[in-house]
Ligand binder design. Structure first.
Ligand SMILES: *Cc1c(COP(=O)(O)O)cnc(C)c1O
Length: 424
């Protein structure tokens, strides 16, 4: 059967036990046309419940004023705690190891205050080449903050000549070669550009074995792939909630600190009152007493309005189940791969899939030699929302909570039409 046949996609959708979750989201309609949305890796769609939850907080503020801290439907005082259980399942942690707070880059900096502590010969940071720009700035500025020159103290591992993704053994070789000089390894768990999933379990153990502290940026991992931060013994991690976790633009982010670092007095930390012991917080004692969980890294009382949409999204993850979502995600992305291969063959086109099949989550990145921007503009005109990275990469991520097989089929047809017209 033709992979682009409607009947085939319809059958795949009919057999999808998670198909009904699509109705829980607002799918963008632009210029009167329902879009084919493939940018859940950039900004996840809005769960319908988000509006209700946000409205409830506004009403409680209206009705209770300051008393809402205790009497709101979800009291604001412990508000961040309502997320821990659900969120911990998305990153494989204990509830007391995860906290919703701030933004991703903020949290990375705060965590590095504790976990990047250059000392003696151990002064370097190991990361991936061409990391997401914000991570590059964060790492370089952390080094400079400690009086260290990034040119000398940032070790970057990149793809080999002619390859697109980074080999695990090349990270291991860098650890072998420089292990004694590396204080911290901080890498994106899923590369934002190629979609490559790193072997976090193995690399964490390999680096820690050489005395290196290990952190992961899970911006493209959380809500996308299987993660077991606790079992992998990861030291710390941070991620955002507006990509695969569908909590809205600039949504309040999340972080993880492994329990073996909890309740320790000898970890330097930037402190704030929301990290202080809950029993005595309002006695306002002079001395900071850290909460014996990851909450010790919290600074401020929580932005309730900014956090309400996250509750809506986590409800859906809880209902669907992380493993079911992952299973559907594999099928969706597998189908996208099939469609792309079919289209390449039918059209005689030479675009390249640069995401490794064996190491991927939802995303597939396409290198479209020679088509460039006109192809992307054509897709946009036909209602396909994908993500364009200069000079010639299109990133697409079908998301199991709201994308379906028909989205992918329809996209394949549009792409094929364009490429065929180019050959004519
Ligand atoms: C999306 C993303 C960011 C964005 O950082 P913010 O602080 O949320 O603006 C940072 N790092 C990576 C790897 C990302 O994918």
């Amino acid at each position: 059967m033709n992979v682009l046949s409607k009947a085939h996609a319809q059958e795949l959708d009919a057999n999808d036990s998670l198909a009904h979750f699509r109705n829980e989201f607002h799918l963008p309609v632009i210029d009167g046309k329902q879009t084919l949305y493939f940018t859940g890796n950039s900004l996840g769609l809005m769960p319908k419940l988000a509006e209700k939850y946000l409205q409830e907080e506004l009403e409680d503020w209206k009705n209770w004023g300051v008393e809402g801290h205790f009497h709101a439907r979800r009291p604001w005082m412990p508000y961040h705690e309502f997320f821990s259980e659900s969120l911990s399942k998305l990153v494989g942690a204990k509830p007391e190891e995860v906290v919703v707070m701030g933004s991703l880059t903020n949290n990375l900096h705060l965590l590095m205050v504790s976990f990047f502590r250059p000392e003696g010969k151990r002064t370097k940071i190991l990361c991936e080449a061409k990391a997401f720009p914000s991570d590059q700035y964060a790492l370089a500025s952390q080094l400079r903050y400690h009086g260290l020159d990034p040119k000398e103290h940032l070790i970057e591992v990149g793809p080999r000549e002619g390859e697109h993704h980074i080999r695990k053994e090349d990270f291991m070789a860098a650890i072998d070669a420089h292990g004694e000089e590396i204080a911290m390894m901080m890498i994106g768990g899923v590369n934002y550009y190629t979609g490559q999933v790193m072997d976090m379990k193995h690399l964490t153990a390999y680096a820690q074995n050489k005395g290196i502290t290990v952190g992961w940026d899970l911006a493209h991992g959380a809500g996308n792939i299987d993660i077991k931060l606790h079992d992998w013994n990861v030291d710390f991690a941070a991620w955002c909630h507006y990509k695969y976790i569908n909590s809205g633009p600039g949504a309040t982010a999340g972080y993880f600190v492994h329990e073996r670092h909890h309740g320790k007095a000898d970890i330097p930390r930037f402190e704030g009152w929301w990290g202080h012991d809950k029993e005595t917080r309002f006695e306002m004692p002079e001395t900071f007493k850290p909460i014996p969980t990851a909450e010790a890294w919290q600074l401020s009382n929580v932005p309730v309005m900014a956090m309400a949409p996250l509750r809506a999204s986590l409800d859906l993850f809880d209902k669907a189940g992380v493993e079911n979502l992952r299973a559907k995600s594999r099928k969706l992305t597998g189908y996208l791969q099939e469609v792309l291969e079919f289209v390449a063959e039918e059209s005689g086109s030479n675009f390249e899939i640069i995401t490794p099949v064996e190491e991927r989550g939802a995303q597939i990145s396409l290198l479209v030699h020679g088509y460039g921007r006109p192809l992307f503009d054509y897709l946009m005109e036909h209602g396909v929302i994908a993500d364009w990275r200069e000079p010639n990469v299109i990133r697409m991520a079908p998301v199991p909570l709201y994308n379906n097989f028909e989205d992918i089929r329809a996209f394949g047809e549009i792409l094929l039409n364009y490429l065929k017209a180019q050959q004519a």
